[in-house]
Design a protein around this ligand. Structure first.
Ligand code: 5AD
Ligand code: SF4
Length: 443
């Protein structure tokens, strides 16, 4: 009987894609996926450090495996992702969680099969965490992808921005861009497997620059030429580095989806400075204007942090104000939480929890009202949606995404399997805050 694996994934799309690659490596070793992390032969926990209470939750999850390991000495528990890139976390694992067999870093995933084989052969605990690995690569990766029709594609690794609240530059190392021809080659290979939509991934895609001097705009133009690709998305943009050339791509590249995730983080110039974001609200609003001029139907989402150290009521009102000015389609809102080792964690004027929560609730109210109002504009119109599968909310409906990344749950006569990855015309019948509802139209 073949051996089984399970991967638990926390965090962002980078982590999701890393897990797809890890699954590919395990399948190449003959392992088969199983749904239960406690019944697998190998369970991998791919961790995130960004979310609130990440440490507490992570160590809690590790605790749950103690018994499994005791009852089955052959069970292998591996930990990877952003958590173990912090030396204090590895120390803690070694001290308190003896049942963690393998620990590896975000930049040496390719090493995992060797670590696993050695663990199985010797029974030794394996640790390999490389910081700033110059050899980080996609070579030899055959990701087991979540969707047949759409794929995540790394274009840069790491981040050089050092926003003062953020742990990522410490966990994913210095920024490194993949060569444009390598990325295009990977995407052509994906097309041959049935992929029609790609999401280009980087912590700051706008600072992409490969050794030959190609920019992010060059990359988009090159991907736009790839036959078989129908939709191009990317994530995440940084207002500091976004170029006019890139913005023009929304006009000149027909496959580029009319959607951008443009984190603003705060609407206050004072706070943006303390965050080390390198733009002010004026510059941010100018970018939004340019985007809407070039691409009037572009949808815009954002990330916002409330309660950053030193944030006054006036600063917070500036955030509410910029949100109202931009009128975001959607937003991810976070309460600031200190990350050990980042500059902001040492700032003295931390904001009390009650104040953070009160501001957070007010912000969510404003954002949700705007999202709801914006979604009303879709009612009655017909949109092209790429179907993804049965809706999480209603098993009689199919879910899909519009070009602008709106989630649409729609009804149809066809079987979900038949529609997966297909373009469907949907008339919107109902608009909610986070999704649209509709019905397939067949001419
Ligand atoms: N506290 C709160 N939110 C954070 N983010 C990153 N670090 C922190 C932190 N320490 C948010 C930012 C970023 C998103 C991915 O997570 O808004 O854009
Ligand atoms: Fe973190 Fe800023 Fe880099 Fe984004 S750009 S990963 S928020 S340091």
């Amino acid at each position: 009987m073949s051996r089984k694996y399970h991967i638990i994934t926390y965090g962002c799309q980078m982590n999701e894609h890393d897990s797809e690659n890890i699954a590919g490596l395990l399948e190449a070793m003959g392992y088969k996926h199983c749904d239960d992390p406690y019944k697998a032969d190998v369970t991998v926990i791919n961790t995130c450090s960004v979310r609130e209470n990440a440490d507490k939750r992570f160590f809690g999850t590790l605790g749950q495996f103690k018994k499994i390991r005791k009852n089955d000495p052959d069970f292998v528990l591996a930990v990877c992702g952003c958590m173990p890139q912090q030396p204090r976390v590895v120390e803690e694992i070694n001290k308190r969680f003896s049942w963690v067999d393998i620990v590896f870093g975000t930049q040496n995933i390719a090493e995992f099969p060797r670590l696993l084989e050695e663990r199985l052969k010797t029974g030794r605990r394996m640790r390999s965490i490389i910081a700033n690995n110059p050899d980080i690569t996609e070579d030899g990766m055959k990701p087991v992808r979540m969707h047949r029709h759409k794929a995540l594609v790394n274009i840069t690794y790491g981040c050089n921005n050092f926003c003062t609240y953020c742990i990522v530059p410490y966990t994913r190392g210095r920024e490194k861009s993949r060569a444009l021809p390598d990325i295009c080659k990977e995407i052509k290979g994906l097309v041959s497997e049935g992929v029609i939509e790609v999401m280009l991934l980087g912590q700051n895609v706008d600072s992409y620059r490969d050794a030959a001097g190609n920019t992010f705009a060059d990359l988009i133009k090159a991907v736009n030429e790839i036959e078989g690709i129908e939709r191009i998305r990317f994530m995440t943009s940084h207002p500091r580095d976004i170029s006019d050339d890139m913005i023009e791509c929304f006009k000149t590249c027909d496959k580029l989806c009319h959607n951008i995730h443009l984190p603003v983080q705060s609407g206050s110039d004072r706070i943006l400075k303390r965050m080390n974001r390198h733009y002010d609200r004026e510059q941010y609003l100018t970018i939004v204007d340019k985007l809407r001029k070039v691409c009037p139907d572009i949808t815009i989402s954002t990330d916002i942090i409330v309660g950053f150290p030193g944030e006054t009521e006036e600063d917070f009102e500036e955030t509410l104000d910029i949100a109202r000015k931009v009128r975001y389609d959607s937003a991810f809102t976070f309460i600031y939480s200190p990350r050990e080792g980042t500059p902001a964690a040492k700032f003295e004027d931390q904001i009390p929890d009650e104040v953070c929560h009160e501001r957070f609730d007010r912000l969510v109210d404003v954002m949700n009202t705007i999202s709801f109002e914006k979604n009303q504009e879709y009612k009655g119109n017909i949109y092209e949606v790429i179907a993804e599968g049965i809706s999480d909310k209603d098993d009689k409906a199919i879910s899909g995404r519009t070009d602008g990344f709106k989630l649409v749950n729609f009804t149809t006569d066809k079987a979900p399997e038949e529609l997966k990855g297909r373009k469907v015309k949907v008339r919107i019948t109902e608009s909610k805050t986070f999704s649209l509802e509709g019905i397939e139209v067949t001419e």
